[in-house]
Design a binder for this molecule. Sequence first.
Ligand SMILES: Nc1ncnc2c1ncn2[C@@H]1O[C@H](COP(=O)(O)OP(=O)(O)OP(=O)(O)O)[C@@H](O)[C@H]1O
Ligand SMILES: [Mg+2]
Length: 303
Amino acid sequence: MTVAISTRELTRRFGDFTAVDRVSMDIEQGELCAFLGPNGAGKTTAMRMLTGILIPTSGQADVLGYDLLKQSDDIKAHIGYMSQKFSLYSELTVLENLSFYAGLYGINGHSLNQRLQEMLELAELVHRQNDKVATLSRGFRQRLALSCALISRPALLFLDEPTSGVSPSSRRAFFEIIRQKASEGVTVIVSTHFMDEAGRCDRIAFFNQGRLLALDSPDYLRNNVLEGHMVELELPEPVSQLERLKALPYVKECSLHGLMLHVLVREVNDQTALEQYTGVQAQPIIPSLEDVFIALAKTRESR
Ligand SMILES: Nc1ncnc2c1ncn2[C@@H]1O[C@H](COP(=O)(O)OP(=O)(O)OP(=O)(O)O)[C@@H](O)[C@H]1O
Ligand SMILES: [Mg+2]
């Protein structure tokens, strides 16, 4: 196993406020890892530190074998980064944007044309290479931004909420590309608010209030984090039932998923008590990632 990223107690404060709090993690080369967490959880701040852009307040990290504190320029030269506001020049054409990024990485000569062509194909923008970026849909701008981040063929790619604001079909197509890159051995870190996307990653790093609360595969998280027995049931006016169910002594957690209620009871036998109380049948289910993260976030708050 080759480690692409290894951090120890990585911390970033802004004044008195701690945005990233003692984060320690190891990420393998070729892993597709999601950074998941609510707004303000510290995902972007963690990413900006790992790209060498933002200096940590304390802690250490090794990125692609380079020391984050001493060799941040080497790190910047070997990674791709697509920031939350993708940095494209809207008054320049598609090709001019790609050429600009190629120039930043010193790509020239024969490999330049080849690389530009490859990236135009990846973005599916071959026929629009001379169009201004301002005329592209958000979905195509996103694909172009990804191509710009990949033009140097980085071993490590950081994508900060690349799919926010684009259509579900564009999101799926985009995720296919990054899965493909990971299977080619590129380590990909992608922050997202979408559980379905996180669920398609090899591992999920769950952040809340600056802390890394979990780093595991989606399957592991669904099957091993919650203590108790999760059931699903359907009741009329489910919203108004939430508080009533939560007050039951054997109910640990209760939340709404579409029209269904997910109820975490203490043990298998409590299902019968719940069925008697509500008068409807409950189905045992494997918790969703949402269930897991609601519970994880709570454990942190009560600490
Ligand atoms: N330059 C800064 N100065 C002061 N506070 C900052 C700065 N950058 C980030 N923060 C604060 O740090 C916290 C974490 O922010 P960050 O952008 O890392 O969160 P995030 O998980 O990426 O959120 P989102 O999902 O909204 O993108 C927030 O409370 C934010 O206001
Ligand atoms: Mg962010």
